[in-house]
Design a protein around this ligand. Structure first.
Ligand code: ADP
Ligand code: MG
Length: 626
């Protein structure tokens, strides 16, 4: 007797169901996609007990005649593709012919349908393996698919279903994904007979976002669009100050299909990098249209992943599209007092100053507000902590100033900072002369700068701002080759481990680009022959230590570009003035003047804000004058 035998249809279907039907939400996704493929303009989804008891999807699409109705539940039966070539230019949501037979194998399935050229409807049902004979029925043109007692014959799956509320959440998420991609279709969702969502067909993505996630969020989004080499990108991105703790509000929609994509995800991280703290998540809705022949959707059973013909085009276009949008937007956050004005007032004033193009987050958006405040508090704590770390009780004050590299006579970076001679020659300052027209600024606690703006005051974090300026300066230098380098008269040595020597050698080009010249010096030390000119000598060691830590961090493997960017931020941080550095008036003026020459000066490279604006009306409100 042979050991190998073909699987029964029921088993084949159940295996397929295991892949595509995980929970009620997956059934809804498959049925709604079928309705869209049938050209529906209106889809009604009715659920009972989170979809466990009943999932019913009705549409006004083209329907099926008796013959097709009998066939639609056969495995691998589809009307959407016929030839092999079709597989490489998919224009429909479905094409595998798996959903209906899979659903039928794990539930009680009933399909009623009528086409335009028939005056009667037909009905087919399937319970587990058993297909009932076709019967006549009544309904207008279109299709209704009813799924009862999902997983009644798959106890393992049934056990994993959650509460009705949780399953309903998964269902509405699936519908949101489709609804964002198809704003031209109307959706209505009922749960236990009650309407829970009604999404009207407006054809407008912003209003669909408003219907799904609230008008507040929708109004605060920045729109973007770009069309390049057959790739059309359109969408909305959240303001960097409106970051979230979860990636829940991130949607990528390709040719009407919700997808997950690591290239686009990486591009968005890059675009927000430096504008948002690393652990926070942006909000975005990105829709892409491409020729279906340039993307393979047959990679994953639920088609959630795709393979691009030209992934670097997708990456670079999404990145530059978002980047350009942020560069043309004023991103400075405005102060959010504890006793903020009523929502209406705040909305009218706008939270982003006088820039009319900038979005505003209504004070009713409590989450966003809490986020901004938390960031601000964190920033102040950090500055104070930095200050005390630098100046423990009894230590000498910051007498030598922030730019005391005293380069001319420098012969190594090992000199302890305390030994910096008080009578050192005037320091070369990496800051150009100040603009005489610039408003005067006051330094407070050797930490913040306060200046007057046309309609209020601005408080600037000196370290964060200088860090951003240096970051941009380094980036600009790198774009033209490598960072300016300074040779040491006598090489300095730094103790390292043998594997760190290996890391330095394998990343030789990277260090060279940054202005370092490093060489092995025995088995457990390196010799430093040259350092970047803008990095203060006493900070070289600390930078190299951090750089080596980053290189040996195998948890987050990085491309050469990402590493370079990380190193540039680290160097900007090390080279910048710190909280606690006393600045002379010329330095303050120069720092402020520089700010208008760099991009993204509203945030330091780690994404923390560099400044905070308090308008006169904010102040008046705080003093209860209004
Ligand atoms: P696929 O969508 O991959 O073709 P399905 O199992 O989901 O496979 O559906 C099988 C076929 O049934 C479809 O190709 C389509 O012809 C038909 N069908 C399913 N749902 C509908 C519907 N709502 N309206 C019209 N035809 C439908
Ligand atoms: Mg389908």
């Amino acid at each position: 007797m042979p050991r190998i035998h073909p699987l029964s249809d029921l088993l084949v279907n159940k295996i397929a169901a295991g892949e595509v039907i995980e929970r009620p939400g997956s059934v809804v996704k498959e049925l709604v996609e079928n309705s869209l493929d049938a050209g529906a303009r209106r889809i009604e989804i009715s659920l009972e007990q989170g979809g466990r008891k009943l999932i019913s999807v009705s549409d006004d699409g083209h329907g099926m005649d008796a013959e097709d109705l009998a066939r639609c539940i056969l495995p691998h039966a589809t009307s959407k593709i016929t030839r092999e070539e079709d597989l490489f230019a998919i224009r429909t949501m479905g094409f595998r012919g798996e959903a209906l037979p899979s659903i039928g194998s794990v539930s009680q399935l009933q399909i009623t349908s009528r086409t335009a050229d028939s005056d009667a409807a037909h009905q087919v049902s399937m319970v587990g393996q058993k297909v009932e004979p076709l019967t006549a029925a009544a309904r207008p043109v279109g299709t209704t698919v009813e799924v009862r007692q999902l997983f009644f014959n798959v106890p393992a799956r049934l056990k994993f279903l959650r509460t009705a509320q949780t399953e309903l959440g998964h269902i509405t998420e699936q519908i949101a994904r489709v609804a964002l991609a198809r704003t031209d279709v109307e959706f209505r969702i009922l749960h236990n007979g009650r309407e829970v969502q009604h999404l009207r067909a407006t054809g407008d993505l912003r209003s669909r976002i408003a219907d799904l996630f609230g008008a507040e969020l929708a109004a605060s989004l920045l729109d973007f669009t770009r069309s390049e080499r057959g790739l059309e990108i359109r969408g909305f991105a959240g303001h960097p100050a409106d970051s979230r703790s979860s990636a829940k509000w991130q949607y990528i929609l390709l040719n009407g299909r919700y997808i997950r994509d690591r290239f686009i995800a990486h591009a968005t991280r890059e675009a927000y990098r430096g504008l948002m703290e690393a652990h926070r998540q942006p909000v975005f809705f990105i829709t892409l249209q491409v020729d279906p022949a340039t993307v393979d959707v047959n990679v994953h059973p639920t088609k959630i992943e795709v393979r691009w013909q030209d992934s670097s085009l997708v990456y670079s276009q999404v990145l530059s599209c978002l980047r350009d949008r942020f560069l043309t937007t004023n991103l400075s956050p405005r102060y959010q007092g504890a006793s903020a004005a009523p929502a209406s007032q705040t909305t009218d004033a706008g939270l982003f100053g006088s820039d009319a193009a900038a979005p505003h987050i209504d004070s009713a958006d409590e989450e966003a507000q809490a986020d901004i405040e938390a960031t601000r508090r964190q920033q102040v704590r950090q500055s104070v902590a930095d200050f005390f770390r630098r100046h423990p009780a009894g230590s000498p004050g910051p007498s030598s100033g922030p730019f005391s590299g005293h380069r001319p006579s420098y012969s190594g970076y090992g000199t302890p900072p305390a030994a910096a001679p008080a009578d050192s020659p005037p320091t070369p300052r990496p800051i150009p002369p100040a603009d005489p027209g610039q408003a005067a600024a006051l330094q407070i606690h050797d930490c913040f700068l306060v200046t007057q703006t046309p309609d209020g005051i601005e408080i600037i974090d000196q370290h964060a701002l200088h860090e951003r300026i240096l970051y941009e300066q380094f980036s600009a230098q790198l774009a033209g080759g490598s960072l300016e380098s300074q040779r040491l008269l006598l090489p300095e040595t730094l103790d390292v481990t043998p594997d760190q020597i290996e890391l330095i050698e394998s990343h030789g080009a990277l260090f060279k680009q940054l202005g370092f010249e490093l060489g092995a010096y025995g088995p457990s030390a390196i010799a430093v022959h040259a350092t970047p000119s803008l990095l203060r000598p006493e900070r070289v060691n600390a930078f190299l230590r951090d750089a080596l830590d980053r290189l040996s961090d195998r948890q987050t493997p990085a491309s050469a570009e990402m590493l370079l960017n990380d190193f540039v931020s680290m160097m900007a941080c090390k080279a910048a003035v710190k909280a606690g550095d006393h600045l002379c008036p010329e330095e303050i003026q120069a720092l402020l003047a520089r700010r208008h020459q760099v991009h993204r000066s509203s945030n330091c490279p780690h994404g923390r804000p560099t400044s905070l604006i308090l308008t006169l009306s904010d102040l008046e409100r705080q003093f209860k004058r209004t």
